[in-house]
Design a protein around this ligand. Structure first.
Ligand SMILES: [Zn+2]
Length: 449
């Protein structure tokens, strides 16, 4: 009895949004019980990350009427997570976050089904990501966001007027927090800027100039970085500093204290030393809760149309008082990720191997260790060895033949690329066009018939 009462009161608030018309609704909104039931029955949401944001997101989505959720996370629970990742208990330490988070939410919210995936996001085939209506990101890494963004944008296709095809759009909602600051954004590939269009929002880590550290330190952080970056090498010639070794950290701390005393600078503590050296920004539970709530609401809005979505980037700052603001960023028309794809023109005789060599040299791509996929078919796979062996014979075949002699089409390539001297995994959508082919086999005309 108690359970059914909870159920009614739980959908009561949701019903106010979904069963009634309104002035702020989206263009496709059709209020009624069918909408609520369809949301429960058909909407599938993937939550990426089961940490501070992910725990909140899963709970919020489950309580917002979503019944089919999946969650992916590669981490195991650590003691230091327990102060804010509230789905986890002391006895869960060491267990996969995704599995425990899914179990806990299912225990508390009746009728919700959550499938956990304990693995790296790159371990899933890109098709895995295609069967969700929406992908909600609760991540703390720029690389991981970049990867998921590329996957979601890779499904996007454009028509001959360069308009995005509605049915190929995979919406994303992205949250991020840093101490008392956070953001929530809506990414509709082809419509709003994608993560990569606005990558400048994440400037590279600001490092202190070495001369400041060596000659004119002004802050406690300067003293710590002096001990960490300059003094360590002077004293321990050739021995690498290990931030996870407490002896190393203590040494840097004691050197930083000496340095601070010399210049009369206050504030060097052991925890600040750890924070500066490991570049740790404390995670704040309330910021995670606020940002996740915004993301869950945007997810509900996108799927149901019950209100227009955020357009398109919300920032929140709770450090002093409270400040929020929404900024409408614009698409980068030359974006490699959400645009129609990098155009590659080839002769019909070019083999798969030659094609892959070209990707490595292409100045916009610099893509090495490529695995190549055409539609549902893996043309070449780097790993595991069994699959590499199975697809190896394709390397010497012309790509034109492997693609069924189609004049132009989209090919997906995963691999590694170099970004600011750093190697990162990437996924690229390429528009492959073969030169000197009779227009009669053009897939546009064939498909349009
Ligand atoms: Zn973009």
């Amino acid at each position: 009895m108690a359970d059914s009462t909870a159920h009614v009161s739980r959908s009561r608030d949701l019903d106010k949004l979904l069963l009634r018309p309104g002035h702020l609704v989206g263009p496709t909104f059709e209020p009624g019980p069918e909408l609520r039931d369809d949301l429960r029955k058909f909407a599938t949401v993937l939550v990426v990350g089961a940490g501070g944001l992910g725990c909140e997101l899963l709970k919020d989505l489950a309580l917002s009427g979503f019944k089919n959720l999946e969650v992916i996370d590669m981490d195991r629970i650590e003691v230091s997570n327990l102060n804010r990742q509230f789905l986890f208990r002391l006895q869960d330490v060491g267990k996969p976050k995704a599995e425990v988070a899914a179990k806990r939410v299912m225990e508390r919210v009746s009728g919700v089904n959550i499938v956990p995936h304990f693995c790296r996001i790159e371990d899933k085939d890109i098709e895995f990501y295609n069967h969700f209506n929406i992908i909600a990101l609760g991540l703390d890494s720029i690389e991981a966001r970049s990867y998921i963004n590329a996957v979601a944008c890779s499904f996007l296709e454009y028509d001959s007027d360069d308009k995005p095809l509605e049915e190929t759009i995979k919406p994303m909602v992205d949250g991020g927090t840093e101490g008392f600051k956070g953001h929530a954004r809506v990414i509709i590939p082809g419509v709003t800027p994608c993560f990569e269009c606005t990558i400048w929002l994440f400037p590279p880590q600001v490092k202190f100039p070495l001369c400041t550290l060596a000659e004119t330190p002004r802050t406690a952080a300067h003293c710590i970085e002096y001990a960490h970056l300059i003094k360590w090498d002077e004293v321990h010639s050739g021995k690498a500093f290990d931030p996870d070794d407490p002896e190393h950290m203590k040494w840097v701390y004691s050197e930083a204290v000496k340095r601070a005393e010399l210049f009369g600078i206050p504030g060097v503590t052991y925890s600040l030393t750890q924070g500066v050296v490991k570049n740790i920004i404390p995670a704040i539970a309330s910021t995670n809760a606020i940002i996740s709530a915004a993301c869950a609401l945007e997810t509900l809005k996108i799927v149901s149309g019950c209100s227009k979505t955020l357009s398109n980037y919300l920032t929140y700052n709770g450090a002093e008082g409270l400040h929020t603001k929404v900024t409408e960023f614009v698409k980068d028309m030359d974006c490699l990720i959400c645009g129609p794809g990098v155009l590659i023109e080839l002769d019909t005789s070019v083999t798969l191997q030659k094609f892959m060599d070209q990707l490595q040299e292409h100045p916009k791509l610099l893509l090495s260790k490529a695995s190549v996929k055409y539609r549902e078919k893996n043309l070449y796979i780097q790993a595991p060895p069994v699959l590499e062996e199975l697809t190896r014979s394709n390397l010497n075949l012309p790509l034109f033949d492997l693609m069924g002699k189609i004049r132009k089409d989209i090919v997906h390539v995963t691999g590694t690329t170099t970004n600011n001297d750093k190697k990162t995994s990437c996924l690229r959508k390429l528009r492959v066009v073969f030169k000197g082919i009779d227009g009669a086999t053009d897939m546009d005309t064939a498909g349009g018939a």
